[in-house]
Ligand binder design. Sequence first.
Ligand SMILES: NC(=O)c1ccc[n+]([C@@H]2O[C@H](COP(=O)([O-])OP(=O)(O)OC[C@H]3O[C@@H](n4cnc5c(N)ncnc54)[C@H](OP(=O)(O)O)[C@@H]3O)[C@@H](O)[C@H]2O)c1
Length: 230
Amino acid sequence: MTTIGILGAGQAGSTLARVAIAAGYDVVIANSRGPETLKGLVSDLGPRARAAYAADAAAAADFAVTAFRYTPDDNLPVEELAGKVVIDNNNYMVWRDGNYAEVDSGLKTIHELRQERLPTSKVVKAFTHIQFHERFLIRVPSDTLPAVSRLARPAGAPDRKALVVSSNYPEAVELVTRFYDDLGFDAVDNSPLSESWRSAPGTPMWRLHVDGQSREDLIRNLQRAQRIIL
Ligand SMILES: NC(=O)c1ccc[n+]([C@@H]2O[C@H](COP(=O)([O-])OP(=O)(O)OC[C@H]3O[C@@H](n4cnc5c(N)ncnc54)[C@H](OP(=O)(O)O)[C@@H]3O)[C@@H](O)[C@H]2O)c1
């Protein structure tokens, strides 16, 4: 059984926990406070989930997810995450996150900064451009599902969508490719992390995140991205 340590129990972390459990994973989930604040969520998620402090969730994980915005003072459990694949699903939004000069100037991507925060882990950008909430405009009943459920399809389905993955570590790309497949998505490898600006907010592929895109469209949209320098 594979256990995912999900650090971040907000909209993204809790919804990812739900779909991962449905796909057969076990989940240990944490927020920035403590497990006692997650009792309701964990009882909702069922017996394959438990809550823990972030360091304990990281220690228990076969692989982990950081489902919260980037900050340099994030108190990440570096030692407990050492040697592990860490999925970073953070989007850099200046209005929310403030400015990081190295990212704004195009010197680095936000995910390279997270890799620097976790020098002994294998950081991989994934799940940044799939919504973990319902559509803003509800037209049909399925619009009430988060896109990560609404757009999921079995392997080989003609309307299966693809999600992007970027890492400096091929084994991290392979792990996420399998995880995407288990959740109902194809993968497009856009490595290394220095190239992950191609899937940043505002890029052509990112603008299609509400309804998703096929593998071919995603490859094309990544290629036609232009770097946004602030
Ligand atoms: N929501 C989406 O549809 C979506 C889609 C794609 C990507 N994302 C990305 O996912 C990230 C999270 O978004 P969200 O909408 O889920 O935000 P959110 O609802 O505000 O949740 C953030 C969660 O992270 C926790 N947290 C913060 N710092 C932490 C730390 N150091 N260790 C452990 N947990 C920590 C918070 O815990 P406390 O409440 O205890 O502070 C909270 O549970 C963002 O970077 C966003 O860009 C979101």
